[in-house]
Design a protein around this ligand. Sequence first.
Ligand code: ARG
Length: 288
Amino acid sequence: MLMARKIKRFFSVELIIFLCLILTLALSVIFFVLNIEHYDYIIETNAFFAPFEYYSNREIKGVDVDIVNRVAEKMDKTIQLKNVEFDVIIDNVSDGIIADAGAAGLTITEPRLQKVDFSIPYYTSVQYVIFSQTNLPNIHNNYLVWEDLAGKTLGSQTGCTGYLFMSDEVDSGVLEGTDTKIKGFDSHQIAADAISAHLIDYAIADELAAKFIVEKNPNLAALPLYYSGTDGMPDEPAEESYAIAVNKNRPELLSAINEVLTEMLEPGEDGKSEIDKLILKHMGLTDE
Ligand code: ARG
């Protein structure tokens, strides 16, 4: 009787230890397979926008990546930079559930400011038109105006400012009623490829993205896109400021980003800031 109870107790303790081991093993396997790691912050990007973010040897590189790494260092926190589709970034950052911030050469705009906080600006850009050397648009003074695009099929990355400005001009601006068609693509690069494939006439993209693409494709060229001046005013491009989008409830992250950007924007002895140098490096224009 006593013997039987001892055996029973022995087995139940053994069994519990055994079950615990199995459970630990199973959880480790699940974590390993799903690659679940803990990060203090998740920052989303869309890594098809060189020089700000691009894939190189399966790794995301670029100016925004360097900024994010500096923020992680400064805060002594772990940050995961995640590649997602461009047009979900602002809403994900706004929800704050799957992303804390977005670093993607994001332009500050009024509608985006309703949803997220933006850091201080770190770069100023304008829109460019990419076209084929064999299908030249009407070029004057080294730029184009929106009216030059009338009646053509235009493409841009869905959800980006180039796409939004293009839609505005077609829906209610100077291209309204001109039979100009618009198409959205997953990246500026794919939009540019669509020119060579004769799917669109011109692509609209941010300045450095356009220059980077054209540099790699001798059949394409790019020029700035201006708004025609009215009442004797000169034609002018619309300037955009890039900043990092941060969830409205992460003030500590926002201030660390601002501190890092302030440091990186400080001009050095040669007059160039760290951001300037990183842009040259990621454009492939210096060896550093
Ligand atoms: N500056 C533009 C915007 O904010 C385009 C940014 C595209 N960025 C990217 N990582 N694909 O809409």
